[in-house]
Design a protein around this ligand. Structure first.
Ligand code: ZN
Length: 303
């Protein structure tokens, strides 16, 4: 194995170079910005090396060490059914919006895009993984770009809905990606961004043992405050916060569903998640109100 190259970075949100160590996990130092409280790995592997994580097919199969994305053929149907539920829940607050062009940033193997297409959207996707995007094209016949948003061949002001589900925490430069999202969105277009919330109750209780400290694939650790501020900085106005997108991580892997998501995972396994949806929405509302959980889904509009 070749030696990993590292770089030291300034805060992606406010540009400050003043930060304090928070944890050291598996040899990686996690720091918190002294100015804006954004949390990130620093120093970290250079961006080109981070991208190679996703070209290993094992990442998308149950046997890999990268345990946040259990996407394997052996449970593909279960995953699809679950993501159908997640997409329905995510679109619920937008039920008055007429389906148009949708772009999934970090679209992986295309399951969410396929679900959007079935609901009348015209889907496009982008993902850094050659492995995953080839699958999306081959198995679903989807319009998917391999690479970053620089490789997306869509005109400015052309997209009605951008989804970034459990993606932003993997990006080497999330703020520039959000700027590109802003450029692609139509005025009034909506971004749904879901990630983990480091200032929720659960990570505050378990500290360095938090399951989402996944080194080095999760480069950034947002909170409601840091995410909302970054969105505002690029011209995206937050109008709703829920938990829903993090449900996408509740798939089949017992060991990654501790804490807040243990009951959700049980409902998923017993196929009761659909019937229990109203209960889940109520739970999300309470969790968001009191910052109980460790997930955040933000809806923002291009102003
Ligand atoms: Zn900062």
């Amino acid at each position: 194995m070749t030696e990993t190259r590292f770089e030291t970075v300034a805060c992606n949100l406010c540009g400050s170079e003043e930060h304090s160590p928070l944890h050291v996990i598996k040899g990686y130092t996690i720091v918190r910005c002294n100015e804006c409280r954004l949390v990130f790995i620093n120093p970290r592997p250079v961006a080109s090396e981070l991208a190679t994580i996703y070209d290993d097919g094992a990442y998308y199969g149950g046997g890999s060490d990268f345990d946040d994305l259990h996407v394997g053929y052996s449970n593909y149907l279960a995953l699809t059914n679950h993501l159908r539920f997640v997409v329905d829940e995510l679109l619920r607050p937008l039920k008055d919006v007429t389906p148009g062009v949708a772009l999934d940033v970090g679209c992986s193997m295309g399951v969410v895009l396929d679900q959007l297409r079935q609901r009348g959207w015209t889907p496009y996707g982008v993902d850094v993984s050659t492995y995953a995007t080839e699958h999306a094209r081959r198995e679903f016949g989807l319009n998917v770009f391999t690479g970053t948003l620089d490789d997306v061949d869509l005109p400015p002001d052309s997209v009605d809905l951008v989804m970034m589900l459990l993606t932003i925490e993997h990006l080497p430069d999330p703020k520039s990606v959000l700027r590109q999202v802003h450029r692609l969105l139509k005025p009034g277009g909506v971004l749904i961004v879901g990630t983990h919330d480091i200032e929720g109750l659960w990570p505050r209780i378990v500290g360095a043992r938090w399951r989402h400290f996944s080194m080095p694939e999760h480069v950034y650790y947002f909170s409601r405050r840091t995410l909302t501020r970054m969105l505002a900085d690029v011209g995206l106005e937050t109008f709703r916060a829920t938990e829903t997108a993090t449900l996408a991580g509740v798939v089949d892997a017992d060991e990654t569903n501790e804490g807040f998501y243990a009951p959700v995972h049980l409902l998923h396994k017993t196929r009761l998640l659909g019937p229990a949806a109203p209960l889940l929405r109520a739970m999300h509302k309470v969790a968001r109100r009191f910052d109980w959980s460790d997930g955040i889904t933000t809806y923002a509009r291009k102003v």
